[in-house]
Each structure stands twice: as C-alpha cells, then as structure tokens.
Design a protein around this ligand. Structure first.
Ligand code: GLA
Length: 399
C-alpha cells in the first residue's frame, strides 16, 4: 500500500486512545473498504458485481456501558457524538454519526436488545473517494455493537442491515455491493455477486496482476442527489418496459435485444432517450460482468481489459456518472505499459479509478500516471496499490 501508514500499529494506538478517552479496555473490530473491478450501478438493479475488499479499513474499538447511550469518538475528526438508543423519534442530522445511529437503529429493529457502548473509530479509507468508506464504517460499527451486547448475526444479515441503515436512515438508496464486500472479502479474491439471490463465488485474482487505485481527489457525495436520481431513472425504465415485458421485476431481467426492440422508429417515443441510455448501461454492464468473470477464470486478461474499457465508456456516455478528472485518469492509464484495464470505480461523480496492472510495471505505472495527472489537472493524486483484503474481523491482542 502506498501513501498509507502501516495498518498493523493502528489497533494498538486506537485501544490506547480509547482507554484514555473512556477509562476502560476495548475490543477492536475492523472492516474493509472495497474496490469494484466491474459492474457499476448494477447492484440495485438486481444485477451482478465483481468487487474485492481492499487493505484500507475502518477500525472500531468498543466497550459496553451501563446506560442506553452510545458515546462515539472519531479519531479522524477529533470529534465526539452522543446517541440515545431510547430516543422516541430519531432523525438523521447530516453528520457522520448518522451512520452509527442508523446501524444501531436497524439492529434494534431486528429485535436485538442493544446495550449502550463507548466507541472510538479510526479509518484510513478515504471518504468520498468511491472506496466505500460508509460501508466500512457501518459494518465495523455493527460488528462492534453486536459484540458489546454479546450477540451475533450471520454476516449476510449484517450486510443487509447496514444497507438498510444507509437507505432508511442516512437517505442514500445504495445497493448491497459495498456492505457485502466489506463482510465477505477474502484475501487474493474478487467476489462475483448475484445481487438478487446474494449467491456469490470467489474468483482468485490472477497471479502477477496488481490492483492500482488512483484517487482523482475529486470528492463525491452520495446521500441523495444524483445517485438516487439514477436509481429512480432505472425504476422508470422498468416501469416503461413492463408494459411490453410484464414478467420483468428489474433491469436484470431485460436483454439488450428486448431493450433495442423498443427503439424502432415506430416505438421511439415509448422510451425517452435518457431512460434508454440508463437502461442500456445497466443491461450491458451486467453482460460485461459475466464476461469478465468468465475471462478471469480462464486467465484471459485481454478480455477483462476490454470489458473494463467498455464499462468506463458506458458510465461516461450512457450513465453519465464520470467527470473530467476520471476520464483523464483513465485515458492516461490506457497509454501506459503494463496496463490490463482501467475504469472509474464506485458510485461516480469523482473518486477513484481501478487499474489492473502487470505487477512488474506497477512502480513505473504509478510514477508516470501521478506526474501525467498533475500535468493535466494540477492535482496531486493519491495511489493505493492494494491486495484483495479480508472481510470484517475482530483483532486480538491490541496491546
Ligand atoms: C455505491 C453504492 C453501491 C453501488 C455503487 C455503484 O458504492 O454504495 O451500492 O451502487 O455505488 O456501483
């Protein structure tokens, strides 16, 4: 990992900080951010995604309290928040603690009698960078709160309740991909996930290939806004297509041929151009995920790379979630030796690109793209060369 402190010292430091802050000894939990290799904005359309957890994490130190409060300290922000678990009509306050509050609420809605707890949180997942800092926070806090109450839940339930916290409390209508990857990440593997059934397969990342994540440093915001708008446009697409294909439940159920047959001269007005483009992205992206997964299994890296390039163009032109800096970062990568494939990753409107690069070229690739990007935009990019990390876990022996 470049541009990052060594993660091994973090739980020890966080435990010490916790003990100073709250005068007790905590347990420490850690959940990963994720990068998505391909399959963007397909999760909430019941489609397919291919993410991997990365070795950037959110750590939560926790110990139970005797009352019904959560006392939360963010080391990154040097800021505290207090949450009353018994409040009658809790409302979000557009504050980072909404994620913690939302998770606690969803746990209680599942009938889990949560105890109050002290929490100290530190994260090295950059926020607003498309690497799933929100899900890492939610999953790490959910696991910590469960432990403080001496309860447990299957991982898939943790992923789902964290998604609900974001959907129903924070107000971002995100899909399940990020929380799932943060829970189920496995070293050296990507996760091919069917977001309808939640069946998944672990695909080994090809030997000799590195994941190079380039942060454009342009921040996105997800709670509401354009993300939710895209989701509504997909729902509108399903509503219109249902007239002709009544059996469909989501864009996952529509083929490109079915979509195209609604675009003949006679039928053109049936699906407005904007909605057509949104549907076209999602339907073609699902196909690209399955093709890329098959190619990865066969070691056919050229096909993976072509799929990533097509995916980026589809997000740029049809789904319109890229931005100038992301396009520049992808264009620059495509000119460099050792590149297998490059595309923006995550929700879009800023954030990072994911580059699969032959490992022998990584050093030069990183240096060259950093300087070319600075030259083109005046911005200093951060680079993270990440292995595929593991899912949420408790760390023992925190000193
Ligand atoms: C965000 C959301 C995910 C997914 C991606 C886009 O990361 O949290 O659910 O929709 O955007 O693929």
């Amino acid at each position: 990992m470049t541009d990052q402190p060594s993660p091994s010292s973090i739980p020890v430091r966080l435990s010490r900080l916790f003990s100073k802050q709250f005068a007790s000894a905590p347990r420490v939990f850690r959940a990963a951010g994720r990068v998505n290799l391909i399959g963007e904005h397909t999760d909430y359309n019941d489609g397919f995604v291919l993410p991997a957890a990365i070795d950037l994490y959110t750590w939560t130190a926790v110990a139970p309290r005797s009352d019904h409060r959560l006392q939360v300290f963010s080391e990154n922000l040097d800021e505290s928040a207090e949450i009353d678990l018994t409040a009658a009509n809790p409302q979000p306050s557009d504050h980072w603690s909404d994620y913690v509050h939302g998770v606690a609420l969803m746990l209680r809605r599942l009938g889990i009698p949560l105890r109050g707890a002290d929490l100290a949180i530190f994260s090295d997942v950059p926020s607003g960078a498309g690497l799933s800092s929100s899900a890492a926070l939610e999953v790490s806090v959910a696991t910590a709160l469960l432990a403080a109450s001496e309860k447990s839940l299957p991982l898939v339930e943790i992923a789902k309740l964290c998604q609900r916290a974001e959907n129903e409390f924070v107000g971002a209508r995100v899909g399940i991909m990020d929380q799932f990857a943060s829970c189920f990440g496995t070293a050296d593997h990507a996760i091919l996930l069917d977001c309808r059934s939640l069946d998944y397969q672990l695909l080994p990342l090809p030997a000799g290939v590195s994941m190079v994540i380039c942060n454009t440093m342009v921040k996105h915001g997800h709670s509401g806004g354009e993300y939710n708008e895209r989701r509504s446009e997909c729902e509108e697409g399903v509503r219109l297509l249902k007239r002709y294909y009544p059996g469909i439940k989501a864009l996952r159920d529509v083929t490109l041929a079915q979509l195209e047959s609604q675009r003949t001269e006679v039928r053109r007005e049936r699906i407005p151009d904007l909605i057509y483009r949104r549907c076209h992205h999602v339907i073609s992206e699902n196909e690209r995920v399955l093709r890329a997964a098959e190619a990865m299994r066969k070691g056919d890296l050229a096909t993976v790379g072509v799929g990533m390039a097509e995916s980026h163009l589809s997000m740029k032109n049809d789904y319109q979630i890229s931005c100038r800096e992301l396009d520049i970062m992808v264009d620059l990568a495509q000119r460099l030796p050792g590149l297998i494939g490059a595309r923006m990753t995550g929700g879009g409107f800023g954030g990072c690109t994911i580059n699969l690069v032959h490992s022998a070229f990584v050093g030069d690739f990183r240096d060259d793209i950093r300087s070319a990007y600075r030259h083109a935009t005046g911005i200093d990019a951060e680079m993270y060369v990440s292995a595929a990390g593991s899912g949420v876990t408790e760390l023992k022996n925190n000193g």
